[in-house]
Design a protein around this ligand. Structure first.
Ligand code: DLZ
Length: 166
């Protein structure tokens, strides 16, 4: 289903694993801050309602989305976290910044997942305009922050499932 018709935040809350013993890093880009703050609120509320303790949600800001992989790397190197959620909003402009930033972030995060063996979640809106971004950060198409938090919880639970079978 195309995202224009789907509420990105619709999920079955009974299928979300308990996040009571999980610890998350959240990296938030300061570009398009109104949007990224809404994404963060979605992440925070979803982690808390999933059972995560306040003190186990560690937040750091970075100047723009291009810096998200570096911020995520610092979490992996210096903090004991189970997953890192990266939040940004890249809006198509008149230059080619858009494609370079989006590619760098997605490639950077997948490389980090492979290097550190923990989930790095891509909570970055890549839209044509501010209207589309607002619709996806608490508007009529839900909040991608919620989706990012649910994905993080599910991926940590999956990893723990494998580890518990050792
Ligand atoms: C420079 C730039 C531009 C043009 N657009 C965005 C954007 O829409 N969203 C975003 O998160 N960041 C943008 N940036 C900033 C870059 O991500 C980065 O912070 C700078 O290029 C410095 O490395």
């Amino acid at each position: 289903m195309a995202s224009s018709q789907k509420n990105l935040s619709s999920f079955d809350s009974s299928s979300i694993p308990d996040a009571g013993k999980m610890r998350f890093g959240v990296v938030v880009s300061e570009w398009n801050t109104e949007i990224t703050e809404s994404l963060y609120n979605g992440v925070y509320e979803t982690l808390i309602s999933g059972g995560c303790k306040k003190e186990n949600i560690l937040r750091k800001n970075v100047p723009g989305s291009f810096e998200l992989p570096a911020g995520a790397l610092f979490f992996a190197e210096y903090e004991d976290v189970d997953a890192v959620i990266c939040l940004g909003c890249v809006i198509q402009g008149e230059t080619r910044h858009f494609e370079f930033i989006c590619q760098a972030v997605s490639n950077g995060l997948i490389s980090l997942s492979v290097k550190f063996g923990i989930p790095f979640i891509f909570g970055v809106l890549t839209t044509n305009n501010v209207k589309q971004a607002k619709e996806r950060s608490g508007g009529k198409l839900g909040n991608k922050g919620i989706e990012a938090a649910v994905t993080a919880i599910k991926m940590v639970a999956l990893q723990q499932e494998f580890e518990n079978r050792k």
